[in-house]
Design a protein around this ligand. Structure first.
Ligand SMILES: [Zn+2]
Length: 295
C-alpha cells in the first residue's frame, strides 16, 4: 500500500499544511517577486515555512513550486531554471518534513489557455508539466498535487503528465467560486463534473482549493462526494480576501475554522489543509480538532 494510503487509514483524516505565499511574504518575499525563485536564492526561508507546518503536526507538506511550470517561469525569465527550481523545492520541503510528514509537490496552472480557446496544444501543455513533474520526483517528492485548476482539460493534461513521467500518487484539486447558478470554476466546470471526470482520468485524490472559505467548502465537499469514491482533499481559504487600508485581510480565525472540521469531514473530506490566509496556527487548530474527533 502506498504511504499516503496507510497514513490515511491510520489517522482517518489527514491534515495538510496551510498557505505558502502569505508565509513567505511574512519572511520578506517582496510583492511581485516570483516565490519559486526563493528555492535558489533563499532556501532557508522556504525551508522554515515547511518546517513550521511540520512542527504543528501537518502530515502533508506542499512545496514552493506552485508557479514552477515552464510556462509560468518563462514569464519571469526563469525558463532555464525549471529543473533546478522544482528539484530544490521538493528537496527543501523533504528536509523540513523529515519523517513526520509526506511531501506532495505543488503544480499550479500554466496561466495559458489550451487550444482551441488559446494557443497551447495539449502536447505542449503536457510537455511542460512533464518537465516540472520529473524534477519534483527527482527532488524526492512523495506525491504530486495539481491545484487551483480552472480548466478540466489542463487539469487532465497535468495529471497525465505526472502519471507518465513519475510513479507518484497524484491529487488534483480545482478552484470553484459560488455564483448565482451555484459552484463552478472560472471556466464553468462544476464540482460534480470535476470529481467524476478526474476520477475517470486516473487521479488518486480529487478535491477543491482556494476561492472559498470553510462554509462554502463544506458544500463543495458534499457535491464532490456525491460524484466520486476517491479520497477528497480540500484547502479552504481563511475566508474570502478583503481589502482593508490597502492590505489583503483574511478573517476566518483558527478556532472558527477548526470548529467546522467535523462538518467538513462529515461532508466527505479526507484530507484537510488550508489555502490563502491560513497559517501554522490554523493548522495547529485543525490537528488538535482532528485528534479529538478521531480519538
Ligand atoms: Zn489560495
Amino acid at each position: 500500500m502506498s504511504l499516503w494510503k496507510s497514513w490515511l487509514e491510520k489517522k482517518k483524516v489527514l491534515i495538510a499544511d496551510g498557505g505558502w505565499g502569505t508565509e513567505l511574504q511574512k519572511r520578506g518575499l517582496p510583492p511581485g517577486e516570483p516565490p519559486e525563485a526563493w528555492n535558489i536564492s533563499h532556501p532557508e526561508e522556504v525551508g522554515a515555512v515547511a518546517l513550521s507546518y511540520a512542527e504543528e503536526g501537518a502530515e502533508i507538506i506542499l512545496t514552493n513550486t506552485f508557479g514552477g511550470s515552464p510556462f509560468k517561469l518563462a514569464k519571469v525569465h526563469l525558463e532555464g531554471k525549471v529543473a533546478e527550481i522544482n528539484r530544490r523545492g521538493a528537496e527543501i520541503s523533504k528536509r523540513g518534513a523529515g519523517d513526520r510528514a509526506l511531501v506532495f509537490a505543488s503544480m499550479g496552472p500554466s496561466g495559458e489557455f489550451m487550444a482551441p480557446l488559446g494557443t497551447v496544444s495539449e502536447e505542449d501543455m503536457m510537455k511542460g508539466f512533464v518537465e516540472q513533474a520529473s524534477a519534483l520526483a527527482e527532488g524526492g517528492a512523495d506525491g504530486i498535487v495539481v491545484e487551483t485548476m480552472m480548466d478540466l482539460a489542463e487539469a487532465k493534461a497535468a495529471l497525465l503528465a505526472a502519471r507518465q513521467s513519475t510513479s507518484l500518487p497524484v491529487a488534483v484539486t480545482m478552484t470553484f467560486n459560488k455564483g448565482p447558478k451555484g459552484f463552478a470554476t472560472m471556466m464553468g466546470i462544476r464540482p460534480e463534473q470535476a470529481a467524476a471526470e478526474l476520477e475517470k482520468s486516473g487521479a488518486d485524490i480529487v478535491g477543491a482549493n482556494c476561492g472559498a472559505g470553510i462554509d462554502q467548502m463544506i458544500d463543495l465537499m458534499k457535491r464532490m462526494r456525491s460524484a466520486t469514491v476517491l479520497p477528497l482533499w480540500c484547502k479552504p481559504n481563511a475566508g474570502l480576501p478583503e481589502l482593508i487600508d490597502g492590505k489583503t485581510v483574511y478573517r476566518e480565525s483558527p478556532e472558527m475554522m477548526a470548529s467546522k472540521l467535523k462538518a467538513l469531514v462529515q461532508a466527505g473530506a479526507n484530507i484537510v489543509g488550508g489555502c490563502c490566509g491560513t497559517t501554522p496556527v490554523h493548522i495547529r487548530a485543525f490537528v488538535r480538532e482532528r485528534n479529538i474527533l478521531t480519538g
